[in-house]
Design a protein around this ligand. Structure first.
Ligand code: GDP
Length: 467
């Protein structure tokens, strides 16, 4: 992030590495056009208009490397706001390597991960949350995550926050002015108006923070745990749920723990079934692996599918288990399985007792199912989809999907609370000014107005090279 590094002209392959019909190499920096020209046989790129495309050859001295199309973009209307060139070549990894070599030989440097986007940010083309949404957009795997990332790329969250931040900044100036007149005991900043603004900001922050539940579900999927005694039908149900997906979705290794997840997509949202490998190896979860294992699974889950049938469970056992694991942000769906054996679902004493004991909480549901039956599978899928629809019902127009934004919003909320507390307890203007500055900084962290190099480095290093 030091000044000199940012003046280098950088280059990288911007398309995926591998064989393709075409590949694109991007150059950005003061000397982008000059360097491209040195390696190009065709029009003189230094004399062409911005945003034009030129046919020719990339050459190493006099030896042609590939027949290419070169696009020239002149500062400032470019992605990085710097002079940029895109070389579109025949997509072979070997040609890509040769072209990058010749560009480096002529004065460019290989770009680091996310360096193009970082330049766009440092040059004021986009703010930090927009830069992050570009990474999210590239990583989006489904419709819902693509939509929220695109919304954020349009600057949604920053717009909302910076308006309020601007209003707060006015107050800060007045409070700081009071410090200059400390002896005269004057109040330039109307405390009631300030409190009203703080309440407004607090409401906004709270609804943004709240939207993270949905945003996170969209971005990372919803973790679902299937729990039940041996032979309750867990594997049968999982197989039935995943039946249509098997062809397109393979098991993927979990990122946080050494687990295997199966992913099911419903209405464009991902549901991750946790640790299903274990589930298949030993169906004897609750007894053999023990409650500890079940506990771990449930701890990270947002939805618990608990299967039972009347053969192997006593109502009390189900009740005790659920009572132990109930928590506010866990949706529990009780599945009374194997109803086909009774010719359909009838609420029996067993269910009634469970319902009575576990109170008819709106978030908890008992469904009579037959894991082998496609109709039941559809009912469960609808129930899972409802979970997302309920979360979607958020007050906020902007959906938070990024963990860093979420943390920054929570810190901002604390800072705003501290200011409110400071006003209430009538502390000194000096301390009030301090708390206000702190709140401003926290709010500014989302858009990148207040960030340090370490945070920036960390954010951009997660990008791919060439972006
Ligand atoms: P798990 O130990 O919980 O994974 O249970 P399994 O999925 O292996 O099922 C145990 C047994 O119950 C198997 O023989 C299944 O075929 C059977 N089973 C599962 N679901 C149903 C169902 O809905 N109806 C009937 N009749 N049998 C089922």
């Amino acid at each position: 992030m030091n000044g000199n590094l940012n003046q280098d002209t950088i280059c990288a392959l911007s398309t995926a590495n591998g064989i393709g019909a075409l590949g694109i190499i991007r150059l950005s920096g003061e000397k982008a056009i000059e360097i491209a020209q040195k390696c190009f046989k065709g029009n003189n790129l230094e004399n062409v208009d911005s945003h034009t495309v030129h046919y020719g050859f990339i050459k190493d001295k006099e030896e042609a490397i590939d027949e290419v199309m070169v696009s020239v973009f002149k500062s400032p209307k470019t992605f990085t706001a710097e002079d940029s060139v895109e070389i579109s070549f025949h997509g072979s990894p070997h040609i890509s390597k040769k072209i990058l070599e010749v560009l480096v030989k002529n004065g460019a440097r290989l770009a680091k991960a996310g360096e193009f986007t970082m330049r766009a940010f440092l040059n004021g083309r986009i703010d930090l949350s927009q830069a992050e949404s570009i990474a999210d957009l590239i990583a989006s795997e489904n419709e819902a995550s693509r939509k929220v990332a695109l919304n954020q790329l349009k600057g949604g969250i920053t717009k909302e926050i910076s308006l309020l931040r601007g209003e707060l900044l006015n107050f800060v100036s007045f409070v700081e002015l009071e410090l200059d007149f400390a002896e005269e005991d004057v109040e330039f900043a109307d405390r009631t108006a300030l409190s009203n603004l703080l309440n407004k900001i607090e409401n906004k922050l709270t609804s943004l923070i709240e939207s993270f539940k949905y945003g996170n579900a969209v971005k990372n999927g919803v973790e679902v745990a299937i729990i039940g005694k041996p032979n309750a039908g867990k594997s049968t149900l999982l197989n039935a749920l995943l039946k249509e997906e098997r062809a397109i979705v393979s098991s993927i290794a979990g990122t946080t723990r050494d687990t295997i997840e199966e992913v099911l997509h419903i209405k464009g949202n991902a549901f991750r079934f946790i640790d299903t490998a274990g589930l298949r190896e030993t169906t004897d979860e609750i007894e053999k692996i023990g409650v500890q294992k079940a506990k771990e699974k449930i701890a990270s889950a947002k939805i618990l599918l608990y299967l039972y049938d009347e053969f192997d469970s006593s109502p009390q056992e189900v009740i005790d288990f659920i009572k132990e694991f109930e928590r506010q942000d866990l949706k529990i769906i009780l599945l009374h399985n194997k109803i086909d054996l009774n010719g359909g679902y009838f609420e029996n004493e067993f269910d009634t007792k469970i319902k009575e004991e576990l109170f008819p909480d709106v978030t908890n549901t008992i469904l009579g199912i037959s894991a082998k039956d496609t109709e039941s599978v559809e009912v469960i899928k609808t129930e899972l989809a409802n979970y997302i629809d309920d979360l979607k019902d958020t007050e906020s127009n902007v959906i938070i999907t990024n963990q860093r934004h979420y943390e920054a919003l929570k810190n901002s909320l604390i800072a705003i609370d501290n200011v409110k507390e400071a006003i209430k307890s009538k502390i000194s203007t000096e301390l009030l000014a301090y708390e206000l500055r702190n709140a401003l900084e926290n709010l500014g962290e989302i858009s990148g107005e207040f960030t340090n190099d370490e945070v920036l480095g960390n954010i951009f290093s997660k990008f791919c090279i060439g972006k």
